[in-house]
Design a protein around this ligand. Structure first.
Ligand code: MN
Length: 242
């Protein structure tokens, strides 16, 4: 059993963007499990709108399931609007944020990571607002053009706000991450979101940050019977489990 952890692919509808993921997934099949820890897509505005636009990615996930792979997909802050149709068409399984799994003799705590960025108070308030079931239902009831326009307004606002924040403000809160590890009885937390790949020590263990796909593929490939193989994460196996 091989497990593959990825996050922050931020795939876009352009064929070239989707092809990178399609090619990557071709390398894995039966006896493997894919764990997407959020932001597979740069934007997901509803299954009705985006299933047709991301047909190559959906078909690749479906083909992966058909050759015996199991894909688990967690939502990120860019694609938290997956509906039942996304999972039905892709064959992927929803992965709750947080999830604890046992792998290769380790207990792993899996999360996207944005809920732990506590110093970014504005972002946490925005996050809470847009994830209210009423807000989501109203948004998804809007015509496609209106949803696209609203998303653009949010993204412009986010870019402006981000420009006025320090890197530390937008990073994972170390105390909160440590408390989550203790609560889960885990020593390793795997997350994405911050786009700062590598390993950060915590009193209770380590925070392993997956890398974004903006410039190149990044993943943590981990056989059950061997050491983890970080791909473009700026760290090696010993940093993770040594
Ligand atoms: Mn994110």
């Amino acid at each position: 059993m091989l497990r593959v952890f990825i996050a922050d692919l931020h795939l876009r509808a352009e064929a070239q963007s989707q092809a990178r993921f399609v090619d990557f997934l071709k390398g894995f099949g039966a006896r493997s499990e894919l764990y997407v820890l959020g932001d597979l897509f740069d934007l997901w505005l509803g299954d009705d709108l985006d299933l047709p636009r991301y047909q190559p990615v959906i078909a690749a996930l479906r083909a992966y399931a058909e050759r015996g792979g199991v894909a688990h997909v967690m939502v990120g802050n860019h694609d938290f609007l997956f509906g039942d149709a996304f999972f039905a068409h892709s064959g992927a399984r929803p992965l709750p944020d947080l999830t604890v799994i046992d792998h290769a003799g380790q207990r792993l705590l899996l999360t996207h990571g944005d809920a732990l960025c506590l110093a970014d108070v504005d972002y946490q308030a925005f996050r809470a607002r847009i994830r209210q079931p009423d807000f989501v239902a109203q948004f998804l009831a809007q015509p496609a053009g209106q949803r696209i326009a609203t998303a653009r307004t949010f993204q412009d606002g986010s870019r402006t706000a981000t420009a006025g924040k320090t890197a530390a403000m937008m990073d994972v809160d170390a105390d909160a991450a440590n408390a989550a590890l203790v609560e889960a009885g885990a020593r390793l937390m795997l997350h994405g979101h911050t786009h700062r790949p590598g390993v950060r020590p915590l009193p209770a263990g380590r925070r392993v940050v997956l890398g974004p796909w903006f410039e190149r593929e990044s993943a943590l490939i981990w056989p059950a019977d061997g050491p983890p193989q970080p791909l473009n994460m700026g760290c090696d196996a010993a940093d993770i489990v040594g």
